[in-house]
Write a protein that binds this ligand. Sequence first.
Ligand code: ACO
Length: 426
Amino acid sequence: MKNSITITDNRTNNSYEFEIKDATRGPSVVDISSFYAQTGMFTYDNGFTSTASCTSDITFIDGNKGELRYRGIEIEELATEHSFLAVCYLLLNSKLPNEEELLDFDLELRHRSLLHENLRHLFQAFPSGAHPMATLSAATAALATFYYDHLNISDESDYQEMARRIIAKMPTIAAFAYRHSIGAPFIHPDIDRGFAENFLYMLRAYPGGKMHRGIYGEYTIKEIEIKALDTIFTLHADHEQNASTTTVRGVASTGAHPYVAISAGISALWGRAHGGANESVIQQLEMIGSIENVDKFIARAKDPDDDFRLMGFGHRVYKNFDPRAKVLKGLQEQLKDELKLDSNLMQIANKIEEIALNDEYFISRKLYPNIDFYSGVILTALKIPTSMFTPIFVIGRTVGWITQWIEFKKTKGMKITRPRQLYIGK
Ligand code: ACO
């Protein structure tokens, strides 16, 4: 075989040949699916740092260049020139919508944003103060009890309907999860509001749909806030085979319901090594308190005997600036004056960034700020409660998870996810 790699077992001098498969962009892969059959051994790859688990044509990342594309289009272009709903359409249909298609898509999502009344009662079962991520995961799994025909769906239009439904309902579930956590009455979605605006409305409004006016006599949802949140959703929409998406695909591989798979993805996202980092970044900035303390915490992050890590720094794939973080940094600059961004938090964040980007520890390990480092300061300015930072990630990522679920279902020959182990017990 020409396009192949040969591995020699130095104990026996036996050689084994494996096919190399080329990507349209990025590194090729060695197809080791016959490795065990040929050698009697497994491969070992802690954390899957060198493993491609599937083929995909949804999202491409070049971590060394700091490049991210959805369906071939660069994230910078999508975040600045298109709405989040257009990006959802792109992920689901492999093409950007025309005006009419976007209008239809938007209208359908507005109509599907209501929750079944019975699902509403589920929230009452949880204690007040419950973290919205836990409630969100539970309520998303519960959605599978209302739409249970997943075993009978197999064509594209069924898959797409499953997708549009969950994308439309996620902001409502997230807003209900928050309002329940603080003991506030639920606000139903308003059909006259677009996706991002509706979410802010469900978080902020009073019963009867009343929005109070700010001290300057303006309605509290500003156009600039809607645009900022919409951009944040776009930046989170998909990110190839990360921990939560891999979880969704793993559940999909058993044939379980797509909404249960997404519920599992939400749980995987919650951890602070993944999506939960955005909440931890703000908590950490608040703990640091002032720029005088930054050096002390940088020293702790570098100390191998201290568990402390700089939240919002480092990434498994990006060994250069996270392109999403670049867009957010630009957005932060734009919003600074208009939304009165917390200048103390921004100063601390800027100081951390400045020190880390020039420090040998961070340079040698290629640790750059990631998306979560900047999103918190913006979300705080949008008056989003800290506990809702990760649910906002969920609202943006739902389209990515369901698109990956559809791709899994449509890829011929996909197997149940079932890795092996290196047994070291008795
Ligand atoms: N602060 C200090 N040191 C760090 C950090 C950090 N944030 N991140 C990694 N390192 C160090 C590690 O201690 C390790 O050092 P060593 O080689 O001396 O042992 C080295 O950099 C490599 O770190 P790993 O944990 O092996 O890298 P991995 O790719 O497995 O982890 C991760 C990536 C989980 C994102 C890590 O960088 C981290 O914990 N960051 C902080 C949490 C965070 O911001 N998560 C959000 C990621 S983006 C997202 O999911 C949306």
